[in-house]
Ligand binder design. Structure first.
Ligand SMILES: [Zn+2]
Length: 70
């Protein structure tokens, strides 16, 4: 059993998933995903872009590849 990944590790093709980090007053929020279903990946910076990325992942990737949705 592998140890849990550190929270700040980026997703990779070996470890697909969605990762979001909230911004601070010194940095904007960041989001990254690597889709385990189709291999797509994307990255975003800034609250609005990260929200869009999360929505895209939820609608089109990750769990959306299962259960008959594509
Ligand atoms: Zn996908």
């Amino acid at each position: 059993m592998r140890r849990k990944m550190p929270a700040d590790l980026y997703p990779t093709e070996d470890k697909p998933g969605l990762r979001v980090r909230g911004g601070t007053k010194y940095s904007s929020s960041q989001g990254d995903y690597v889709c385990g279903g189709c291999g797509a990946e994307d990255h975003a910076n800034g609250d609005n872009n990260v929200k869009a990325l999360v929505q895209d992942y939820a609608d089109n990737h990750g769990p959306a590849h299962r259960g008959g949705r594509q």
